[in-house]
Structures are given as structure tokens and as C-alpha cells.
Design a protein around this ligand. Structure first.
Ligand code: 6R9
Length: 648
């Protein structure tokens, strides 16, 4: 397929890694043949209040659908991330916080300190009336208090719902209302790449649409922001009256831990719900094995806590393992393009984990930015969020890692809770661009999308997972039917990922990307339906169809076809206005790259938009549009082609 070198497992990794080729094979077999013993064993990485005796109880069979793991066990995840480390590691660093600008003082937080901060904040939440099972919306920037807030919720059994701090007031309001959360945790402002983000103002605007009892606001930049009497509380005033003793709530393994909204192929974002025990085992196990993590090492996942990667690999996985986790407020290109590597050197980071889009953006700027830093501390590199193109992989490996550090290209999803398919550095030869092999307990398969039958051997197909794994989501919050409908009906009895994949002659999996109406912009999921519904909210828009287009840095860009209402002039000003409109409605990550005015969209006689054609136009692959004879009006295609920016 390509000429990129294959990198065999190095002798050092084979000899020293937590998992080598032999133990991978043995453990993988055991995890499938005898899941109960395997997972009871892995569950011992946690402290349980009551040990589980029932381990796996799950079936994807439509007539008997259920997913339960460790169902009679009880535990508290915050206690697992904090209390149990205090004896041995109280003075060890839990969180290193590196601010947006290198001249701003950093923060170093020990496990002792983090424990106290979490207990105090947990008491503040309780004092506000938050109880076990209540939803708490978190709209915070990348500051340690975000982790404190998550762990405080987990400690008292409240269910957190983090909304990425780049989302608009509307998007926030919708997520607050959907899970009926009465309380929002935020900051005055966020700070990214020197730019301020008006978080509190966004919360105020969201509160006009969503009913909220309390807003707790952290002073971060010190901006002068209005406080609403009776609703808004200063973070420090909230914790002031409370002490640092807060007994952890005893949670059932299947009690909810968090909700995280994610985009799907239809409708509004869905609230992915994760429960406590299985998720905790999964996050901890994958963090340890995939990053070969050993206590004392400084580990850095550069993802934002607003995404699932931040949940599992900035907070829960590393802290459950007693790790030192680095939390970075900034961006890769500020103040300059060396920022990532300077931070690596500053703290002697051993494991570094980021998204291909960041790598591609840095790669364009030239190798000097990397080469003027040492990076000697790095042992292993990780990639997540989208397929990594072999060119970016090679750059990551050769330039960033100086050809010394294996790359874990981790394929997984918000829904899966943690890594699903990834090479393990001590076990697998690396092929640039291949997500490679399944994690323990994961049974991937490829199916033929036309009839759903499983295809074997070296081939391509829709990626499904055949049986449950502990970190799997349990439901769509408030809509269990939608959960089943979205993931288990396309190929009954199997979990459908939404991704396509190829398996090569050596059994490596290569993820080819989404095959549903989800696009992946800079590693962030966007439903085309969401962007379309934002567009049609505009008074000049009659109809809109959105597809992905190839983009050098972002992986995919957003290409919108817009039909305006009769009598509207399709002007350049309107085009700009629509771009701004979508930014405002959803957030900057949804900014359309192209808006093409179209007097008509290609529809079948039954009125379905033929996205296949729009995708080809967006990809500028118009040589073969396929059969367009079933279109109600094949003539619209000529207009679309003539007016595509590619044609100009
Ligand atoms: C963790 C995360 C999930 C979608 C997923 C797939 C894409 C993620 C990938 C990858 C190829 C990888 N994806 N990791 N594609 N190789 N290593 O990103 O979760 O935001 O839910 O996105 O991202 O398309 O289906 P989420």
C-alpha cells in the first residue's frame, strides 16, 4: 500500500515493557476465552468497597440486550484516584499545571493537596444541595479546578457533564437542559493562545435559555464580570466555609459517573453515559499498558478535558494509576511553534499524547522548532482523534521522537471510554498509520456494509465490535432507545462504530474514517446534521446540506451547500454572515470552510439528498459522479459543478 518503513519492536522495549508479544497474546486470549477471570484480575487494580463477584453480564442480542460489569461491586472513583495514594504517594505530584503563557507561574499539586481541594469542593457542592445522581455541568478551561470539579462530583456521586469551553451559549444551554442540570461550574474567562474566552458571559447567555439554580465561578483571568444575585457564587466563597473531610459515597459499579455530549449522524448531540466500575478499570488499564506507565514518570496528554480523551487520559486513567499528569492550558503554536517541546523539556515528560491535526500544523512550520529542543526524556508518543496519515506519523517518529520512541496510534471513541485498537510498544511492530491490534477484551470485526455479513482475512469493511468491554457506554442519557437504535440496529447483535476499516495480511487494522454522516474536524466530531440545522436557523437559508472535504491540517473541513430563500441575493456578504452565524450558533470548531450557494440540491424522487454527489464535489473528485439518473432533477448537478470553488 505504501512505502513507509515498518518498525520492529526494539530489543529494549521487548525486554522491559509491561506487555510484550508473548504476554499480549496470552492476555488477549484469556480476556476472550475466560472474561470473568481476566476482568476480576484486572479489577484488582482498583480499591473496591465491596468486591464484585459478578463480573461480565452483557449481551448485544436484540432480544436480550443488556450491559453490566462488576454489577455487585461498589467503589468510589475519586477515592481510587486520591485517598488510596495518600499513604505512599501523598507528597508525589498529581497534577502539573502549565499555563497558556510560559511566563505565568505554573502550579504543582501533590496528591495530598489535590485530595484536600477535592474534599472541600465536594463539600461545597453538597452545601449547595447537590446529591448523588444529580447532574453538574462543567464549563471550565484547562485549569486544575476542572479536575477538582470532576473528582468532587465523583466523590459525592454526582454525574458530571463537561461542555467544551469553546462551545457557544446555545450549545451550552442545550446540553444543560438535556440532562436537566441545576448547577454550572465555570470561570470568569478562559485563556488560549493569548486570547480570552468569555466563559462567564457565555454562561449568562445560556442561562437565559436553560434553568439553572447555581453558577459557581472561578476567578482565573481576574476579568470584571457581573454576578447575578442569588445565583452566582465565587468559587473561593463556595469552598471557604468547608473543611477537607468528605467521605466518599459508596457507588455501585453500574452507577453513572459522567455524561459527555458527542455528535452523531442525526439530530442533536447525544449524552453518552458512562458508569463507574467498568469505566474505571478500562481507563486505568489502558493508561498503564498503552503508555507503559510507571509511577514517578511525568505523563502528558495534551487533550482538553472537554473531550473524552481529557476525561480518560488527563484525569481518571492517570490519577487512578497514581501518575503525575500534566495539564496544559495553552496551544501548540503560542508563543511559538516550539511550545509543546519546550514543555516536554521543562518537566522531562516521558509519555506524550496528542492529535494528528496538531502534528500536521506543526510539521508545516519546519523541523527547526522541534530540533532546537532536547526531548530526550520522551519514551513513547501517542496519537488520537483521527486517522494519522503516514507522513505525519513519520514526522512524529523521526523528528519529534528522534527515531527512538514508539508511537501508539490509539483508535477509540467517546462511546468506548478508552483505547480499543492500538499497537503496544513492547508487543507489536509499528506500521505508520495503522491502529493495529485490539486491546484486551475487544473483539473487532469487519462487515460488508451492503448485507452486514462478517468478512474475514485481508479486506475492508464497516468496523464493528462483537461483544461488550468494561469501558463501554451504557446508554444515551434519557433516551435508551436512541442508544440501541444508533449502535446496535444497523448490524443486529453487533456494536457499530460508524468507522470504516481495513485489515491487512498481517491482521493489522487501519481505520479509514467515518462512514456515517459525522465529520472529523481537527479531531473533533461534528455531525453534519448539526451544522445544517444551525444554517437553516438563519432567515435567509431555505435548505442546507453539509459534507466533509479533505483539509491539509484539519484532516477534514466543513463544506456547506446552501439554498437561500427566494428573493435573497447570494452575495459575498451573506456568505461571510453565514460562516459567522454557524460559529456563533455552535462554536468556532464548526466554522464552515466553504459555503457554496446552490439553487437546488441533488435529491432523489423521494426527496433524499444524495450526499454521495455532494461529497464528490467537495472532494473535487468529479470525474465519476456515479449514477445520477435517479435524481429528481439531474440538471442541478451541472450548476453545482459550475459553481464549485474548485471549478474557479
Ligand atoms: C477518542 C476520540 C471518535 C472518532 C472515531 C474515529 C476517530 C479517533 C482515531 C480515529 C483513526 C485513530 N478516531 N481516534 N480514527 N485513528 N487513532 O477521538 O473520540 O471524539 O468520540 O471521536 O474519531 O472516526 O469514530 P471521539
Amino acid at each position: 500500500m505504501h512505502e513507509h518503513a515498518i518498525h520492529p519492536v526494539s530489543p529494549e522495549w521487548a525486554a522491559n515493557a509491561k506487555i510484550n508479544a508473548e504476554s499480549y497474546a496470552l492476555k488477549y486470549r484469556a480476556s476472550i476465552d475466560d472474561p470473568d477471570s481476566f476482568w476480576l484480575g484486572e479489577a484488582q487494580r482498583l480499591d473496591w468497597m465491596r468486591q464484585p463477584t459478578k463480573i461480565k453480564n452483557a449481551s448485544f442480542d436484540p432480544d436480550n440486550f443488556h450491559i453490566r460489569w462488576f454489577e455487585d461491586g461498589t467503589l468510589n472513583l475519586a477515592a481510587n484516584c486520591l485517598d488510596r495514594h495518600l499513604d505512599k504517594r501523598g507528597q508525589d505530584v498529581a497534577i502539573i499545571w502549565e499555563p497558556d503563557h510560559p511566563d505565568t507561574p505554573n502550579r504543582i499539586i501533590t496528591y495530598d493537596q489535590l485530595y484536600k481541594d477535592v474534599c472541600r469542593f465536594a463539600n461545597a457542592l453538597k452545601a449547595d444541595g447537590v446529591k448523588k445522581g444529580d447532574r453538574v455541568t462543567i464549563y471550565l478551561p484547562m485549569v486544575p479546578e476542572a479536575a477538582v470539579a470532576m473528582l468532587a462530583c465523583a466523590r459525592i456521586g454526582a454525574v458530571h457533564s463537561i461542555v467544551f469551553a469553546g462551545f457557544s451559549p446555545d450549545a451550552l444551554a442545550q446540553r444543560i437542559s438535556d440532562c436537566d442540570s441545576q448547577i454550572v461550574l465555570t470561570a470568569d474567562e478562559g485563556l488560549r493562545g493569548g486570547k480570552k474566552v468569555p466563559l462567564k458571559a457565555n454562561v449568562d447567555a445560556a442561562c437565559e435559555k436553560a434553568k439553572v439554580r447555581t453558577v459557581i465561578m472561578l476567578r482565573h483571568t481576574g476579568a470584571d464580570v457581573p454576578m447575578v444575585e442569588g445565583r452566582d457564587v465565587d468559587w473561593h466563597d463556595a469552598i471557604e466555609p468547608h473543611n477537607a473531610e468528605c467521605p466518599p459515597e459508596e457507588m455501585n459499579a453500574e452507577d453513572p459517573l459522567f455524561i459527555l455530549y458527542t455528535s452523531g449522524s442525526t439530530g442533536q448531540p447525544k449524552g453518552v453515559l458512562h458508569t463507574t466500575g467498568g469505566y474505571a478499570v478500562w481507563a486505568s488499564m489502558t493508561h498503564e499498558y498503552v503508555f507503559d506507565y510507571r509511577p514517578g514518570e511525568v505523563y502528558w496528554c495534551a487533550a482538553d478535558i472537554g473531550w473524552v480523551t481529557g476525561h480518560s487520559y488527563v484525569v481518571y486513567g492517570p490519577l487512578a494509576n497514581g501518575a503525575t499528569t500534566l495539564m496544559f492550558e495553552g496551544v501548540p503554536n503560542y508563543p511559538d511553534f516550539s511550545r509543546f517541546w519546550q514543555v516536554v523539556d521543562k518537566y522531562k515528560v516521558e509519555q506524550f499524547y496528542t492529535a494528528p491535526t496538531a502534528l500536521r500544523a506543526l510539521m508545516r512550520e519546519g523541523d527547526e522548532w522541534v530540533q532546537k529542543t532536547s526531548r530526550k526524556s520522551l519514551r513513547i508518543l501517542g496519537s488520537v482523534g483521527e486517522p494519522i496519515n503516514p507522513e505525519a506519523w513519520d514526522w512524529y517518529y523521526n523528528v519529534v521522537g528522534d527515531g527512538r520512541c514508539p508511537i501508539a496510534d490509539t483508535w477509540w471513541q467517546t462511546e468506548t471510554g478508552g483505547h480499543m485498537i492500538t499497537p503496544l510498544a513492547g508487543a507489536h511492530a509499528l506500521k505508520p498509520g495503522a491502529a493495529s491490534f485490539p486491546m484486551f477484551g475487544v473483539q473487532p470485526a469487519l462487515v460488508d456494509p451492503t448485507d452486514g455479513h462478517i468478512v474475514e482475512g485481508a479486506t475492508e469493511g464497516a468496523l464493528v465490535i462483537l461483544d461488550s468491554w468494561p469501558g463501554q457506554m451504557r446508554t444515551v442519557y434519557g433516551d435508551h432507545e436512541r442508544f440501541i437504535q444508533t449502535y446496535f440496529t444497523q448490524y443486529p447483535g453487533k456494536y457499530f462504530t460508524g468507522d470504516g476499516a481495513r485489515r491487512d495480511e498481517d491482521g493489522y487494522y487501519w481505520i479509514t474514517g467515518r462512514i456515517d454522516d459525522v465529520i472529523n474536524v481537527s479531531g473533533h466530531r461534528m455531525g453534519t446534521a448539526e451544522v445544517e440545522s444551525a444554517l437553516v436557523e438563519h432567515h435567509s437559508v431555505a435548505e442546507a446540506a453539509v459534507v466533509g472535504m479533505p483539509h491539509d491540517v484539519k484532516g477534514q473541513g466543513i463544506y456547506a451547500f446552501v439554498t437561500t430563500v427566494a428573493g435573497t441575493e447570494d452575495s459575498e456578504d451573506l456568505r461571510k454572515e453565514l460562516v459567522q452565524w454557524v460559529r456563533k450558533e455552535i462554536g468556532p470548531i464548526a466554522t464552515p470552510d466553504v459555503v457554496q450557494f446552490a439553487p437546488g440540491l441533488p435529491k432523489t424522487r423521494s426527496g433524499k439528498i444524495m450526499r454521495r454527489i455532494l461529497r464528490k464535489i467537495a472532494e473535487n473528485d468529479t470525474g465519476n459522479l456515479g449514477d445520477i439518473s435517479t435524481l429528481a432533477d439531474p440538471g442541478v448537478v451541472d450548476d453545482l459543478l459550475a459553481n464549485s470553488p474548485h471549478a474557479k
